[in-house]
Ligand binder design. Structure first.
Ligand code: GLY
Length: 333
């Protein structure tokens, strides 16, 4: 299924039209409070990663049935990554699949999770353990939603922007040129980076929609990042864990990362986050459950240089050793 994607500074009228075509709109309690006019008849789920679970999924499916949704009805997700992930999964399951529209309201969802059809809930303490590839029929990205974000939501989005910008030389240059401006929340710089991320994400997902090979590059920083996130009980935002993941994974594999690039990437990450404190054993066990792994090894998608992502497989004991060494090194510098 191809997704119809629209984006721009303020495209509220397109959102109004899209929502009017949906039988049900789902949002979270933050978005409902901030945008009452858009969410009048919406079904409201509790915000936050800790609610991206089977209870919320089944409450939502029950409501879809109570509202009499049929197979040819559409459902809309109006919110951040959690709302998109859970609504997309519910859409994939309800009557074996109904169409859905995704309207991201956070920076993270605009640059990453709204595109590409990854839907999921967290299960058995593992992030995104249950999910499906089920792309939305339509994605509408209107930057005006950024104006109601908290600082931590900006930071969260920056994590995925920085990750995506590591994937090509041009985007890495664009990131480094604009780093000071985005640190000051300069809107034009942020909009330019959003559009670069959309372009990269669309190209990657088009080439490999089900993550058989190329799409794995979008998981840079995510092996350690996801492990830290679940070990920490989702206390900080996803993007912050991605940045901690990028700096740690680069430090763990310092021997194969380009020297200048290493210094550059560590200093970029340090601008926004501090190194992790979680123990090696805890991270190792969680990283071992990562979906990218096969065999007894842990997989890391390593940015070895700008635009050069390596698929690195590390044995579990080696992983713990390298992690401990990396943390020490990151603390020292
Ligand atoms: N967020 C990574 C992906 O969509 O593949």
């Amino acid at each position: 299924m191809t997704t119809n994607l629209l984006y721009g500074k303020d495209i509220r009228s397109d959102i109004d039209v899209a929502l009017s075509l949906c039988a049900m709109v789902v949002t979270d309690d933050n978005v409902a409070r901030l945008y009452p006019e858009l969410t009048k008849n919406a079904f409201v789920i509790p915000a936050g990663e800790k609610n991206k679970n089977q209870q919320t999924l089944f409450v939502l499916l029950t409501e879809m049935n109570a509202r009499g949704l049929k197979r040819d009805d559409k459902i809309a997700a109006l919110g951040g990554g959690v709302v998109g992930d859970i609504v997309g999964l519910a859409a994939s399951l309800y009557m074996r699949g109904i169409a859905w529209t995704c309207i991201p309201t956070t920076l993270l969802a605009m640059v990453d999770s709204s595109m590409g059809g990854k839907t999921a809930i967290d299960f058995l303490d593992v992030k995104n353990l249950i999910g499906a590839f089920y792309p939305p029929e339509r994605v509408i990205i209107s930057y005006h939603f950024l104006e109601t974000l908290y600082e931590e939501d900006w930071l969260c989005g920056y994590g995925e922007i920085i990750k995506t910008c590591l994937l090509t030389e041009k985007s890495f240059d664009l990131l480094t040129e604009n780093l000071d401006r985005i640190a000051e929340y300069d809107r034009d710089a942020v909009y330019e980076l959003i559009e670069k991320c959309i372009e990269i994400k669309q190209a990657v997902v088009k080439a490999d929609p089900k993550e058989k090979c190329l799409r794995k590059i979008l998981n840079v920083g995510h092996t350690v990042g996801h492990a830290l996130e679940s070990a920490d009980g989702y206390k900080s935002t996803h993007g912050e864990y991605v940045l901690k993941g990028i700096m740690t994974e680069c430090a763990m594999c310092k021997d194969i990362v380009d020297e200048d690039f290493y210094d550059n990437i560590i200093s970029i990450c340090r601008r926004f986050v501090t190194p992790p404190r979680t123990s090696a054993n805890n991270v190792k066990q969680r990283a071992f459950q990562d979906k990218k792994n096969y065999g007894e090894m842990i997989t890391v998608m390593l940015p070895a240089a700008a635009g050069e992502i390596l698929h690195v497989r590390i044995a579990q004991d080696d992983f713990a050793e390298r992690y401990d060494k990396a943390i020490k090194e990151l603390k020292r510098v």
